[in-house]
Design a protein around this ligand. Structure first.
Ligand code: GAL
Length: 342
């Protein structure tokens, strides 16, 4: 049994590790937070390709970046915290401007999970389970979560399941911030990013996704062929005056992977998902108060979160296609991250 590294709300906090010759993944029972993913560069050197806090305590004291945590029951912003299910208007807590964000104070990023390690010939699994309610944030009934972190060869998968007691929306994501240079050697501005998307969500003045629009070819948001994140940002867009930089949901075209690469280290990350969108967030509000990988200070573009999920605020902008879950209709998502070198 791992040794407790800290006590939080009278419960022991543990760090668990999955490891094979290609990848090492460590995670906490708090928020199913991933504290590091180590992979090899083109010279075979292992380094952490996540933006990570230097001190474990910071995961508890600095909740705003949701650094590498699992987010739910509903990721992203719900406009004014309001939505309608079966004709009934629901009101969620308000914690970001006039909106609900990332499940609020009872969100799963702030919960302690039971964790079990399962190993078979091909895979190592960390199984996170949690039964809780989110009453304080306006979600009704009990939520039963089971999340598997699966390491298999050079692939890491997250399979998230949630069975709610009452009919509700659910939209989970993993809030990992990647930086393939390894331990923040460089910013992610020179990383290449390919997103198979023709449409994106519009962010309105109040900061939430309010509608869907076509991506203009060769604009800042066109990643349909691999583009440098920094170059695309410098093309500019009026939305950046609201979001500072990328904080954008891209609607994924079927079955093609998202690809992030860093030509200096040679690392390539391929993301395959069964979800309809990916939110790209370039650490826009990170500052030097955040002490990260081996004493490095936080700054915008120190990492990029690639949050696979259903369309954020989808219940308000695309209600017809929005799935609603209940005890007979569980929520499930699978996303696989594959690590290679070029
Ligand atoms: C992202 C969200 C950003 C910001 C971030 C956490 O998912 O889109 O606006 O809230 O999480 O700091």
């Amino acid at each position: 049994m791992e040794k407790a590294i800290r006590i939080y709300k009278n419960k022991p906090i543990y760090e668990y590790t999955l490891c094979n010759e290609y990848v090492e993944v460590s995670a906490l029972n708090y928020g199913a937070t991933i504290t590091s993913i180590k992979t090899r560069d083109k010279n075979g050197e292992m380094a952490n390709i996540l933006v990570s806090f230097d001190e474990v305590d910071s995961y508890f004291t600095e909740p705003d970046p949701y650094l590498n945590a699992l987010v739910g029951p509903v990721a992203g912003r719900i406009a004014h915290g309001k939505y309608i299910v079966d004709g009934n208007t629901k009101q969620l807590s308000i914690n970001s401007g006039d909106n609900h964000l990332h499940g609020g104070q009872t969100g799963i990023s702030k919960q302690i999970f039971e964790v079990k390690k399962i190993e078979d010939e091909d895979a190592q699994i960390l199984r996170f389970s949690l039964v809780c309610n989110h009453d304080l944030d306006g979600f009704e009934g009990e939520y039963n979560y089971i999340i598997d972190y699966i390491l298999e060869g050079n692939s890491f998968s997250i399979v998230s399941k949630c069975i709610p007691e009452k009919r509700t929306i659910i939209n989970m994501t993993s809030h990992m911030y990647f930086n393939l240079s390894g331990d923040l050697k460089t910013s992610i501005e020179n990383h290449g990013l390919l997103i198979p998307a023709k449409n994106k969500a519009i962010i309105c003045e109040d900061g939430y996704p309010s509608a869907i629009e076509k991506i203009i070819e060769e604009s800042a948001f066109d990643f349909s062929s691999s583009q440098s994140i920094g170059n695309n940002y410098r093309k500019g867009n009026k939305e950046f005056s609201i979001t500072r930089a990328f904080d954008t949901a891209f609607l994924l075209e079927c079955n093609s992977p998202i690809i992030l690469n860093d030509s200096e280290s040679g690392r390539i990350l391929k993301i395959e998902t069964d979800q309809r969108s990916v939110v790209v967030y370039t650490a826009n509000y990170f500052d030097d108060k955040l002490i990260l990988n081996h004493g490095k200070k936080g700054y915008p573009f120190c990492g990029v979160a690639l949050e696979t999920q259903d369309i954020p605020n989808g219940i308000n902008i695309d209600a017809e296609n929005q799935k609603v879950y209940d005890s007979n209709t569980p929520y499930i998502q699978k996303t696989t991250y594959t690590f290679d070198v070029e």
